[in-house]
Design a protein around this ligand. Structure first.
Ligand code: SF4
Ligand code: SF4
Length: 264
């Protein structure tokens, strides 16, 4: 890594792998804060915002998307080598994303059905998170990530401190908002008791159960919640489906889903 002048602004880079761009868009949606951020850092690579590119080293890399091609495997190693700090952002980057549904089927069968010339498709059999391939300094969950949490992570690393993202579940946000619980009042299924907070309990606030798109919160008991879902009449195939929607490769959801997949 080359040594840069002490007065240089920190270099921020935003990288994309297999993803829908929604998490990068969250950064562009920061509105008022975006101009302050653009003053505080040198935006060295951010294809969604600009075609300009500055070679590394980078002080902070934000990485969106999962690893799905042989070329991705090489590129993520290069990005890691060029980055002092690397933060993976969003469900794709932290747990394989919706495209990780391929991990439970035959990817060759998918490509033969979807593409007229599947022989041109160069893809891996599995969609995997960034942390499966390189060390990651922090994982920010969500689909997409939350704007306030994203700013907190960026500002924390610019300040040289650890990001303050509370390790609590959606239920905590839901209670703070004074929502009526959809499980108690309407008998709906809700993954809020095991899902990382950050969305502000968006779905329960619209009277529907949480879909778990922020993935499992640290230390939650997914098996206990699934036991209640089964008692309340949910079948094993539906248990597998709800755990394998947005964050299928997150270990706490994957292990529980695998248990019920073998029984379904
Ligand atoms: S985590 Fe969700 S919003 Fe972010 S890139 Fe992946 S699919 Fe899009
Ligand atoms: S609606 Fe869901 S997130 Fe809200 S309190 Fe009930 S179980 Fe928790």
């Amino acid at each position: 890594m080359t040594i840069r002048g002490a007065t240089a602004r920190p270099r921020l880079a935003v990288w994309k792998f297999a993803s829908c761009d929604g998490c990068q868009l969250t950064l562009l949606n920061c509105e008022d804060e975006l101009l302050l951020l653009a003053d505080a850092v040198e935006i060295a690579h951010f294809t969604e915002a600009s075609s300009a590119h500055v070679d590394g080293p980078y002080d902070l890399s934000l990485v969106e998307g999962s690893i799905t091609t042989p070329a991705d495997l090489e590129r993520v190693q290069e990005i890691r080598r060029a980055s002092r700090r690397l933060v993976s952002i969003g469900a794709c980057a932290t747990s394989g994303g919706i495209q990780a549904l391929r991990n439970f089927a035959d990817v060759g069968e998918f490509t033969s059905l979807v593409y007229a010339r599947p022989e041109y498709i160069d893809t891996l059999a599995r969609s995997t998170p960034i942390s499966a391939h390189v060390p990651v300094d922090f994982e920010l969950h969500g689909c997409p990530v939350d704007r306030r949490q994203l700013l907190e992570v960026v500002v924390a690393y610019l300040d040289g401190r650890t990001p303050r993202i509370p390790a609590e579940t959606v239920c905590a946000d839901c209670k703070r908002r004074g929502n009526v619980c959809v499980v108690v009042a309407h008998g709906q299924a809700c993954l809020g008791p095991v899902t990382q907070s950050g969305c502000g309990a968006l779905c329960p606030s619209c009277a529907r159960g949480c879909y778990g798109c922020f993935g499992p919160a640290p230390g939650v008991n997914v098996g206990s919640l699934v036991g209640r879902l089964l008692e309340n009449g949910m079948g094993e195939p539906d248990v597998v489906r709800i755990l394998r929607t947005f964050t299928a490769e997150a270990p706490a959801f994957r292990e529980e889903a695998d248990t019920h997949d073998s029984r379904a």
